[in-house]
Design a protein around this ligand. Structure first.
Ligand code: HEC
Length: 177
């Protein structure tokens, strides 16, 4: 497909799905979700690339079915992602590590608190994997800024996060239940 744009899909996510003392309150959700994720990686493997259809080719994204309340919560989470990216970029410009760390942490695993397992099990495993990996990458960026890592390292973390945003948006869209 010559008019399609090929994007890298983040691979090797499995190693990042792990229990972490910082996210202890999340254990009820993360244990079953992590199991799903591992199954999905074992079964599905990693495709390596993804195609975004060019304009006019129709919307071929997979639909994620959520109730209205769940969609609202999900979209709020997305807007937090974007706000965190903005906070990180602004803080980077001022070399403000404390603000980088704080902005990133707001989009970390803590955001999943309150998401019920019954919602999670109905979602495609790859979608869950990307979601959890993105939260974990924000936590990793937060820790890295706190530890005094360089701007280049922070930017690399941010690049990996944005690759997840793009990959997921290329593949999924929301749909009413
Ligand atoms: C696990 C999948 C996934 C990841 C990762 C992801 N998104 Fe999304 N995002 C979605 C889906 C699905 C929608 C709804 C798109 C639709 O229905 O057309 C969405 C919608 C949004 C919206 C619109 C929110 C609204 O109010 O309607 C914003 C903003 C957004 N995402 C930002 C981001 C940013 C920034 C990142 C990365 C830091 C990100 N997303 C990562 C799946 C994801």
């Amino acid at each position: 497909m010559s008019s399609a744009l090929s994007l890298p899909v983040p691979c090797g996510l499995r190693s990042e799905v792990r229990s972490d003392p910082v996210t202890a309150p999340m254990r009820t959700l993360t244990a079953p979700v992590a199991a799903l994720v591992i199954v999905s990686v074992l079964v599905g493997g990693c495709t390596g690339s993804q195609d975004i259809p060019a304009r006019g080719q129709g919307d071929v994204r997979e639909t994620i079915r959520l109730s209205q309340a769940e969609r609202e919560t999900f979209r709020r989470g997305m807007r937090q992602y974007l706000a965190s990216v903005q906070g990180i970029v602004e803080a980077l410009a001022h070399s403000n590590r404390a603000q980088i760390s704080e902005s990133a942490q707001k989009a970390g695993m803590d955001m999943l608190r309150g998401v019920s397992v019954s919602v999670a099990v109905h979602l495609p495993p790859e979608f869950l994997m990307l979601s959890m990996d993105t939260h974990q990458k924000f936590d990793a960026l937060s820790r890295s800024a706190e530890a005094g890592d360089s701007k280049a390292e922070t930017t690399a973390h941010l690049g990996a996060i944005l690759a997840n945003c793009t990959a997921c948006h290329a593949k999924y869209r929301l749909s009413p239940n």
